[in-house]
Design a binder for this molecule. Structure first.
Ligand code: GLC
Ligand code: CA
Length: 555
């Protein structure tokens, strides 16, 4: 039976490689996570989404899986994983695993077998003859999401295989019923071990247009419209739901490029029995054109995007996130240069997302206000950053200075620097040299220091999460933007069964006027949460201070 527990849940994302090293080899691992379970519990979160920990050659840090039923050596053993799961459950924390099944690693036994033309596994992947004389041109013009063509030629069989990511991540052929059954079996294997749900990696890419036609020329990838939300997407996900998800009190969240408020109903409404929720990325595009070229952050647009999700029927559960392992840090991304007001800014961002109707996700380090890092070419560890630099060095060196600037702002590496636990050596992440650069600001930004101060961002998150818990007006209330045209302030109201909430967040590092709209009337107001000690106890026309955030209950 589904309790839909996720409607009142906050989820904490762990990127295991960068969270905590438990055995002193410089790489985060399961032992490290176990040692931090009390910390995770102390935040007040209800579940953890753990990025992949399965066996993997790590071409894309675990998003290339070579064995779906076992744990990566660097991260530990299946027994340690079980201990971690028990430790979470004992603390009332659920575990969401990452399900990466658009592709496998090229070192997965299926793919190794599949290279043999006559194998029954051949059809587990997408093999095609090439175009042109001798078939030496790829079967179509699609490009990989990681730079370069989406096809790799295999000498031995004289055919090409499709890889929408790196060539070490061949795409599975979901048209093959055996593949779909394998995926359901994998999910059930982990459900039977006790996991509570899955975050489904690039799940909207699984169904490709029949005949794999050429895509239209586009930035940043070619072919996107031919494989995103393809013809049998709904059929396959519904089938997976029936074979697996629906049998457990689970939660699923898709990484769902291509699902937007207009088509969300047919993808996540409870009645369709597909996924329970999805991540969409439109609000992450507000300050990057085509996801790569920086542009000015536009709060009005951002508010509009988020509020469209809020208007969906209550049987569709939105999600909200500001960070994950693929995105740069939210500070100062969405709030401008915050300088000495970094934590106030983090609080304003937190308050603006934690009380809308959604399942919020908090990414490791967000709760202490970790920021982007400055990288030199050799510091980059992410395959995407490395490929961009390699390609430009070889083919367009003239673009390098610009690319370096953009990478520093946009690279996924920004989110992957080791978690900053203390001001001590290696930020307390490891006793050995960490696998990637530690952000030098760890001496100032770290958990140890945040714990000491009552007024830290960390403690604000704790207060906000405790406040949220169980409140119907937050879980189910109607949402309305307040002053939607305001370029500086993100304000909204929630209403449920006579109870109202008014949230006012200044996104700017300056004082700004706030006008309370006439239609917001009340007899009594109670200031439930704010990030200044002496905030107004009753909302009215006022001047908000830098990054001031206010949450009122109205009667
Ligand atoms: C998703 C993951 C990302 C990974 C890609 C390929 O976008 O979040 O980290 O590189 O899928 O699996
Ligand atoms: Ca380790």
């Amino acid at each position: 039976m589904k309790t839909r527990w996720y409607k009142d849940a906050v989820i904490y994302q762990i990127y295991p490689r960068s969270f905590c090293d438990g055995n002193g080899d410089g790489i985060g691992d399961i032992k490290g996570i176990i040692s931090k379970l009390d910390y995770i519990k102390s935040l007040g979160v209800d579940a953890v989404w753990l990025s992949p920990v399965y066996k993997s050659p790590n071409d894309d840090n675990g998003y290339d899986i070579s064995d779906y039923r076992d744990i990566m050596d660097e991260f530990g053993t299946l027994d340690e994983w079980k201990e971690m799961l028990d430790g979470m459950h004992a603390r009332g924390i659920k575990l969401i695993m990452d399900l990466v099944v658009n592709h496998t690693s090229d070192e997965h036994a299926w793919f190794v077998e599949s290279k043999n033309n006559n194998s029954e596994y051949r059809d587990y992947y997408i093999w095609r003859k090439g175009r042109g004389k001798n078939g030496k041109k790829p079967p179509n013009n699609w490009t990989s999401n990681f730079v370069g063509p989406a096809w790799e030629y295999d000498e031995a069989s004289g055919e090409w295989y499709l890889h929408l990511f790196s060539k070490k991540q061949p795409d599975l052929n979901w048209e093959n019923p055996k593949v779909r059954q394998e995926v359901a079996d994998i999910c059930n294997y982990w459900f039977d071990l006790g996991v509570d749900g899955f975050r489904c990696d690039v799940i909207t890419y699984i169904s490709k247009t029949d005949g794999l036609p050429n895509g239209k020329l586009a930035i940043p990838f070619i072919g996107w419209e031919k494989y995103t939300m393809g013809p049998r997407y709904h059929q396959y996900i519904h089938e997976l739901n029936q074979r697996s998800f629906s049998k457990y009190d689970s939660m699923t969240v898709g990484e769902s490029i291509g699902i937007n408020p207009d088509n969300a109903f047919e993808s996540i409404d409870e009645s369709v029995e597909e996924l329970d929720s999805v991540f969409s990325f439109d609000h992450m595009g507000v300050d990057f054109k085509f996801n790569i070229f920086p542009k000015k952050f536009d709060l009005k647009k951002y508010k509009k995007i988020l509020s469209r999700w809020q208007q969906l029927p209550k049987t569709c559960q939105p999600t909200i996130f500001l960070e994950n392992h693929d995105q740069p840090r939210s500070l100062p991304r969405f709030v401008g240069e915050c300088k000495d007001k970094r934590e106030l800014a983090g609080m304003s961002l937190a308050a603006s997302i934690l009380f809308i109707r959604a399942t919020p996700y908090i990414y490791q380090g967000q709760e202490i206000g970790m920021t982007n890092c400055v990288f030199e070419d050799n510091d980059y560890m992410d395959i995407m950053s490395i490929r961009v630099l390699q390609t430009l060095k070889k083919r367009f060196p003239i673009l390098l200075p610009y690319a370096r600037k953009v990478l520093n702002l946009r690279a996924r590496d920004n989110a992957r620097t080791p978690m900053q636990w203390t001001g001590g050596e290696n930020a307390g992440f490891s006793t050995a040299k960490p696998w990637m650069k530690v952000n030098p600001n760890y001496t100032e930004i770290n958990v140890e220091d945040s714990e000491k101060r009552q007024d830290s961002l960390l403690n604000f998150y704790r207060k906000a999460l405790a406040y949220r818990k169980g409140k119907e007006v937050i879980i189910n209330g109607d949402f309305a933007l307040v002053n939607p045209k305001d370029k500086d302030v993100f304000a909204y109201s929630r209403e449920y069964d006579g109870k109202r909430l008014l949230v006012i967040c200044n996104y700017k590092n300056k004082r700004v006027k706030f006008k309370l709209p006439k239609n917001i009337s009340f007899n009594k107001a109670n200031l439930a949460l704010s990030n200044y000690l002496d905030s107004l106890t009753t909302p009215k026309d006022t001047v908000l201070r830098e990054y001031e955030a206010l949450v009122y209950e109205l009667e």
